[in-house]
Design a protein around this ligand. Structure first.
Ligand code: WQD
Length: 338
């Protein structure tokens, strides 16, 4: 059974990927220091999988700690690197923490992996590297733009670091960069899902918490954009679809099929939806009337972005299967368990 190290494996996308890895016949091993996740996620994983998933409470930016884990866990076939802070607004307040954590953990991985003969890496990147695109949908060839937040800058820096390290002749590293769009929803079992610590930054958890009465109302950040109904457009991908893209990427690396030392894929549905469309879809999916009001724009928001998902489909054979409605229904089902 091929062993895959999943950093940040107790996180939102990480935990859903651990489930898909195990169910696809891999042996996932988690590294997570629970700085932005809860240990209860491990109970959810056990409930779904019927067995425990080994987890090391370790900061993967710490080289000696990472080496210790890799000495316990021999023959790691590949690494999926999720561990990172991801709140745009928070990154503006705490840039140093974001650079130290997000860039530092990648640098440590790239330094230590070759010491253990590990050559395969899937890196969690983000559509945020495109900034405010001139044309839509964005393809992998769409030029990246200067990021508008330290968080976005960490993702751009990490992509550049991967290219530079992979390009250095001495290194056998092969990497697949997955540029996520907007992950939403939860596993059908409702045993794992999005667990925002504190007030949610992201739209869907704020919607579900409003519907659950935890938040008084949703504020829609602006309806005066040049979009079909004036609200922002995003590409909302179900988190299990996103998780499955990682399985395909890992297998491609293990089969050494990657054409280049670094391959980049957009992972999105290929469709855009406005915030109001998401609200209306949620009301339909949940049968709940949502209390919302239009407020001022949120600084840094991109008016519209969604993926051209063609490359993942033609090269990886990957395509999303979950509708916006079903994604939101899964988010609501999960919220009701909290
Ligand atoms: C979506 C839309 C808001 C909350 C960010 C990161 C991205 C990724 C996902 C990590 C926007 C609107 C939101 C609210 C609202 N993060 N909104 N009221 O900003 O597209 O992406 O999170 O990987 O890298 O940039 O996601 O969910 O915050 O916002 O109107 O209370 O919902 O204006 O248009 P975003 P989001």
């Amino acid at each position: 059974m091929k062993k895959i190290l999943v950093t940040g494996g107790a996180g939102y996308i990480g935990s859903h990927t651990v489930v898909e890895l195990a169910q696809a016949g891999y042996e996932p091993v988690i590294i997570d220091n629970f700085s932005n996740s809860r240990e209860s996620v491990l109970d959810g994983l056990k409930a779904i999988l019927g067995h425990e998933v080994r987890c090391y409470d370790v900061n993967c930016a710490n080289a000696d700690a990472l080496r210790w884990v890799l000495k316990q866990e021999k023959d790691i076939a590949g690494v999926i690197h999720f561990a990172a802070f991801k709140a745009v607004g928070e990154s503006v307040q705490k840039p140093l923490a974001y650079f130290q954590n997000n860039v530092g953990s990648l640098l440590t991985l790239l330094q230590v992996m070759p010491e253990f003969g590990i050559e395969n890496l899937v890196f969690s990147s983000s559509c945020t590297v495109y900034g405010n695109p001139d044309a839509l949908p964005v393809t992998e060839a769409t030029p990246t733009k200067p990021a508008t937040s330290p968080y976005g800058r960490t993702k751009q820096m990490c992509e550049d670091i991967v290219h530079d390290v992979a390009g250095a002749s001495s290194n056998q590293l092969r990497t697949i960069l997955l540029r996520y769009f907007n992950p939403i929803g939860a596993h059908e079992s409702a045993k794992i899902g999005e667990l925002p610590l504190g007030t949610p930054n992201n739209l869907v958890p704020f919607i579900t918490q409003t519907a659950a009465g935890i938040r008084e109302k949703l504020t829609i950040f602006g309806n005066d954009y040049d979009t079909p109904d004036g609200t922002n457009v995003r590409d909302y991908i179900h988190v299990v679809d996103l998780a499955r893209a990682h399985i395909v990427a890992v297998q491609r690396l293990l089969d050494r099929k990657a054409a280049d030392t670094v391959e980049t894929f957009n992972v999105g549905t290929g469709h855009g939806n406005t915030v109001l469309e998401v609200v209306q879809a949620f009301e339909k999916a949940s049968g709940q009337q949502l209390n919302y009001a239009i407020g001022p724009r949120r600084p840094g928001d991109v008016p519209a972005i969604y993926a051209d998902a063609t490359k993942a489909e033609t090269v990886l054979g990957f395509k999303t299967t979950t509708s916006l409605l079903d994604s939101l229904a899964s988010a609501w089902k999960w919220q009701q368990t909290l």
